[in-house]
Write a protein that binds this ligand. Structure first.
Ligand code: COA
Length: 385
């Protein structure tokens, strides 16, 4: 690397906006949504829609406000046929998040009248949360070779999603676990995906294009892709007795990264990972095949913390979430776990876009430090040696 002025590599510790949505204390392992700690929210049995509302409207809803909000979300369950076709024309082996991108891009292509507007932005976002459920149901069902289906209004967003995805009535335990996962992935300030989406909407591009950009950034294994990559490594280990050997061969000697470990902001245990771990333990106890995966994960976690804890590298939210998704009944394939992450994060993305466009709008356009050759004279191709 040439000697040069300092650049902010990975934009570490650069503040790109202010926010009222989410606050993280990475040293103490604290995460709050609009001032409410995630532990409190989960312990009080909140419904995901209450948290969606909090992100879009700034306060927890009254019963009446929640009822009206749910109706707007449910309007979004009826996605047009061309969105379903955008998914179903793709090969079944496609990446689930890329399929979501194709579907959301189809919406961006058709919503030509979209305009940012304080009076309508939140309703657009709420309806899109409903649409994202229908999109994800159809991504899942296409991968699983099941016919197209739309979510139907029910008591909760989690329930409508699971009933439509599986084509059967989900159990209370499955719904509760899905509801918690949806809440825990709602928002996390400005990670790579939210930032990518903010760059898109800072050009005054539309909501759907912002979500498409965010999905593109979420897909990679260093971000949301870790939800699937973490569990793929447990799957590769296969047997709790093989954890130590696998860890030494791959992580210590092979210099691979332990997926689901480490975080740009948290230098201690991610509070979401603690909650996911508790649910993974409870749900997997009833399913021997999943319990074996949980055992591998906890053993590997001990080796990981021993090796990396002193560097501030601990389990992050993606370490145990895959076991929860697996216990609910989702298979490990096609990046489905990351698509489930996106189903939830679409709330945080849109809330940040609205906050930015309505109150802080300015084109995001950073600079690069040029380190290439000094001025050179152009030589026509025939004269080049
Ligand atoms: N396993 C092993 N070593 C890790 C690690 C991991 N999961 N995460 C970070 N490190 C090490 C790096 O090798 C580097 O070591 P070095 O200083 O000796 O070279 C050091 O920690 C700093 O890593 P860096 O990539 O600069 O930190 P970052 O802030 O950019 O990384 C992540 C954040 C999330 C990209 C990183 O922790 C990671 O790749 N984790 C695995 C993927 C993952 O779980 N992503 C989901 C995040 S929610």
């Amino acid at each position: 690397m040439p000697e040069t002025e300092e650049i902010s590599k990975g934009l570490e510790d650069v503040n790109i906006k202010w926010t009222r949505l989410t606050t993280i204390d990475g040293n103490k392992g604290i995460l709050r949504y609009g001032g409410y700690s995630v532990e409190d929210i989960i312990a009080s049995g909140a419904q995901d829609e209450e948290i969606q509302y909090l992100f879009l409207y700034g306060n927890l809803p009254t019963e009446q406000e929640l009822r009206k909000y749910k109706e707007t979300v449910q309007k979004g369950y009826k996605i047009p046929d061309f969105v379903i076709n955008a998914i179903r024309q793709l090969p079944r082996e496609s990446d689930a998040v890329a399929m979501q991108m194709a579907a959301v891009a189809a919406m961006a292509a058709s919503e030509t009248k979209f305009k940012w507007n304080k009076d309508t932005d939140r309703d657009v976002a709420a309806e899109m949360i409903g649409r994202m459920s229908a999109i994800t149901v159809n991504v899942y069902r296409h991968i699983m070779n099941m016919p197209a289906e739309l979510p139907k209004p029910s008591d909760s967003y989690a329930e409508s999603f699971l009933n439509a995805a599986f084509g059967r009535k989900a159990t209370k335990e499955e719904i509760d676990a899905m509801n918690t996962a949806l809440i825990l992935y709602t928002d996390h300030e400005v990670p790579a995906s939210t930032t990518a989406g903010l760059v898109a909407v800072s050009t005054l591009s539309d909501m759907y294009s912002g979500i498409t950009a965010a999905l593109a950034a979420l897909k990679g294994p260093l971000h949301g892709g870790a939800a699937e990559a973490a569990i793929a490594q447990f799957d590769e280990i296969k047997d709790p007795a093989m954890v130590e050997k696998w860890f030494n061969d791959n992580i210590i000697n092979g210099k691979k990264r332990l997926m689901g470990f480490g975080h740009r902001v948290y230098k201690t245990y991610d509070p979401r990972a603690k909650i996911f771990k508790g649910i993974a333990e409870k749900l997997s106890s009833k399913k021997p095949e999943v319990h074996k995966v949980y055992e591998i994960a906890t053993k590997l976690e001990d080796f990981g913390i021993k090796a990396f804890g002193s560097k501030g590298i601990y389990p992050n939210t993606d370490y145990f979430s895959g076991i929860v998704y697996m216990s609910i009944g989702f298979p490990l394939r096609n990046n489905i776990y990351t698509a489930l992450f996106a189903l939830s994060r679409v709330t945080g993305w849109q809330a940040h876009f609205i906050e930015y466009v309505e109150e802080q709008q300015r084109l995001i356009r950073p600079r690069a430090v040029y380190v290439g050759p000094a001025e050179r004279k152009y030589v026509p191709i025939a004269e080049r040696k």
